[in-house]
Design a protein around this ligand. Structure first.
Ligand SMILES: Nc1ncnc2c1ncn2[C@@H]1O[C@H](COP(=O)(O)OP(=O)(O)O)[C@@H](O)[C@H]1O
Ligand SMILES: [Mg+2]
Length: 257
């Protein structure tokens, strides 16, 4: 494990006169799932866009394995709240789309890989369906599978389950946690749902109001361990941590998220 796998070095971001991120340092370990939690408008999406290479810091740099991030790259895949599948492609074709420029793989390898990720997200029976014919939860699974199939080592997930009903959301949380452990991916996941944060996280990084700076950094694994069966949500240690996070938010922001 490399502690400086993904590093934010003195990141400041301004849009015109507005400070959105203020001198933020952060180091993310390879293979960890880190939750970004903070009040709405504090700069979380801006931070994610900078990791994705879609936006650039005004000062400082983001480095992945020592290389400064400047442009989007398939190593850093993004999954957003709005469903980002192509309606004219089937589920399978949507997943394959992420591999279209990979000249290092044969067609047969791509097909094989596509099948693997279809199965991993439990969509093998929907390979030939069009996105409009599957549920919102399934469309988000398509987006996750496409990002994994593309070979992304880092998944950037900006409120990806925000538009889903509670039960679908819970199911996807369990699946994401399992996939992330199995595949060893590094995930940055933005949410303003405290329960989602505590359930999913290896670590929770909590941001202040805009301009975003880190106000708390919580090692969730130290309390809950790495494996997260659904039932863990009903345990006292889960409640305690959830309450602790809620208090921190109330104290630091004066507001619920
Ligand atoms: N392209 C932009 N131009 C100007 N202001 C922006 C731009 N993108 C975001 N902002 C502003 O930056 C702040 C942080 O936005 P954002 O990163 O989307 O917050 P969050 O995702 O935490 O809700 C907001 O005040 C927003 O209006
Ligand atoms: Mg946002």
């Amino acid at each position: 494990m490399n502690a400086h796998y993904l590093a934010f070095d003195g990141i400041t971001k301004q849009f015109g006169p507005i400070d959105v991120v203020a001198n933020t340092d952060l180091s993310i370990e390879q293979g960890s799932l880190v939750i970004f939690l903070g009040p709405s408008g504090c700069g979380k999406t801006t931070l994610m866009r900078m990791v994705g290479g879609l936006d650039h810091p005004t000062k400082g740099a983001i480095r992945l394995e020592g290389q400064v991030v400047r442009t989007p790259d398939r190593r850093r895949g993004m999954v957003f709240q709005s469903y980002s599948s192509f309606p004219w492609l089937t589920v399978e074709e949507n997943i394959a789309f992420g591999m279209r420029y990979r000249s290092d793989m044969t067609g047969a390898e791509k097909t094989e890989r596509c099948r693997h990720y279809l199965k991993l997200v439990g969509l093998e029976d929907f390979a030939t369906a069009y996105p409009s014919r599957v549920s919102g939860g399934m469309r988000q699974r398509v987006a996750i599978a496409r990002t994994l199939a593309a070979g992304s080592d880092v998944l950037l997930m900006d409120e990806p389950f925000g538009a889903l009903d509670a039960l679908t959301r819970e199911r996807l949380q369990v699946q994401l946690r399992e996939i992330q452990i199995r595949e060893g991916k590094t995930v940055i996941f933005v949410t303003h749902d405290v329960e989602e944060a505590v359930f999913l996280a290896d670590r929770i990084v909590m941001f202040s109001r805009r301009p975003a700076s880190v106000i708390a950094d919580i090692d969730v694994n130290a309390v809950l361990g790495k494996q997260r069966p659904l039932e863990i949500r009903e345990t006292p240690k889960f409640f305690d941590l959830r309450n602790q996070v809620l208090h921190l938010i109330r104290n630091e922001t004066g507001d619920p998220l």
